[in-house]
Design a protein around this ligand. Structure first.
Ligand code: AN7
Length: 401
């Protein structure tokens, strides 16, 4: 049993209403369960496979979900990087290990399932890339058409390839993500497509399972959870899931929610640092981490609450710091992530060096997308393969001379 509730004025809506914002005050909506009446046997939970659907009592989907077996991602101990930073308890949850290579799959399994449950005939999103790849795949699995709108020339190659191959209608606009979202939003309202950006409250329900899995894998609550922030949906979703676990009495404390943005695209960081009541959009976001090249984060209201209520913080990292950490994760830990994902760990490095993070903290970084999403950025950073004649002599000479 659940309702849709406005996070600002508390107005309530029935689950079957197709709404993305409060019709009274225009603020964000969220899904609210009657937690006191939900019976969950935690031992039975733990016997189910680690996945989004382990937590189905806390999800809105009633029938068989549209699933590609999402979630259940590895939680790695970052031993070498942690040692270098003096952080013995540093972990990374590798969301790049989801079916389409990013955490978006957790949101889309729920979002597309809800689209079907609500009887919608088509789905749509704007995207910096991963959302479109994921939506395209889940729409294919659900057998429903998808439209995705991208900022032209600013989406990593692997993500465009996925959206195209999974059969979405892919449209690239000569403008940025924020404009694409504005356009797809109007399109959905005027033509009845189901909007699956993170302003959709059901999608975030799937994403909250990152936090629930982390607790189960770690056997407790980390002191801090660190996420890259673009539209600020994921950090809000993780916070919501953990609040629900606390309400159920499964955990006592919440981690300090910590958001990391790129230096050229940091409206949430500005709001946290300067204690603004709300985020002031950044008109011209720019960063090599194109996934988080977002100037007007739609979920800022929820994210600021998550950060402030848990005593967390926000920080920004430069493109150089992001790329350096992408290489460190790859070469010192064997973990391949795309640039936006490396931002979370780069942010931890910065905050630890600045003394904001205590060295004894148990820290979980969410690394959100796979290395192969953005091969072009990799190729630009690394030396090309050494091409040689096919002789043993040439081989030995490049290896040993
Ligand atoms: C790898 O795909 O917004 O703060 O349209 O792809 O919840 O937006 C992607 C976001 C972090 C930021 N890491 O998450 C999109 C899109 C990766 C991402 C984020 C994104 P939010």
């Amino acid at each position: 049993m659940y309702r849709i509730v406005c996070v600002n004025c508390g107005a309530e809506y029935a689950p079957e209403e197709i709404l993305y914002r409060c019709t009274r005050c225009d603020h964000l909506l969220c899904v609210e369960y009657d937690l006191d009446s939900i019976a969950i046997d935690r031992a039975a939970w733990m016997r189910r496979p680690l996945s989004v659907w382990r937590y189905r009592e806390l999800l809105p989907v009633s029938g068989e979900p549209v699933s590609l077996q999402e979630g259940g991602t590895p939680l790695y101990h970052l031993k070498r990087i942690g040692e270098e930073l003096g952080l013995p308890e540093l972990y990374a949850k590798h969301e790049g290990m989801n079916p389409t290579g990013s955490f978006k799959d957790r949101g889309m399994t729920v979002g597309v399932s809800m689209a079907m449950q609500l009887g919608m005939k088509s789905v749509a999103c704007a995207s910096t890339g991963n959302t479109s790849a994921s939506l395209a795949a889940y729409a294919a699995k659900g057998g429903i058409p998808a439209v995705v709108i991208l900022p032209a020339g600013k989406v990593a190659l692997g993500k465009v390839a996925q959206a195209l191959m999974h059969g979405a209608k892919v449209i690239a606009i000569r403008d940025n993500f924020d404009k694409a979202l504005e356009m797809v939003y109007s399109l959905c309202l005027s033509h009845g497509l189901y909007l699956l950006n993170s302003v959709n409250p059901y999608r975030l329900e799937g994403q909250k399972t990152i936090g629930l899995e982390t607790i189960d894998q770690l056997g407790g609550v980390p002191d801090r959870m660190v996420l890259p922030v673009g539209n600020a949906g994921n950090i809000s979703a993780v916070h919501k899931g953990l609040r629900e676990l606390r309400h159920l009495g499964f955990i006592e404390d919440l981690p300090m929610m910590t958001g990391i943005q790129a230096a050229g695209s940091r409206p949430v960081v500005d709001a946290v640092e300067q204690n603004f009541p709300e985020v002031v959009p950044c008109a011209d976001p720019e960063t090599i981490a194109t996934a988080i090249r977002i100037g007007a984060p739609v979920n800022a209201e929820k994210a600021l609450a998550a950060i402030r209520q848990t005593g967390g913080t926000a920080a920004s990292v430069t493109d150089e710091e992001i790329l350096a950490m992408q290489r460190d994760l790859a070469r010192k830990e064997g973990i391949g992530v795309e640039p936006a994902s490396a931002a979370s760990v780069a942010g931890v490095k910065k905050l630890a060096e600045a003394g904001v993070i205590d060295r004894s903290e148990r820290i979980v970084c969410v690394v959100t997308g796979h290395l192969l999403k953005d091969p072009e950025t990799v190729v630009k950073q690394c030396e090309p393969p050494i091409e040689i004649d096919a002789t043993q002599e040439s081989l030995l000479s490049v290896l040993y001379s």
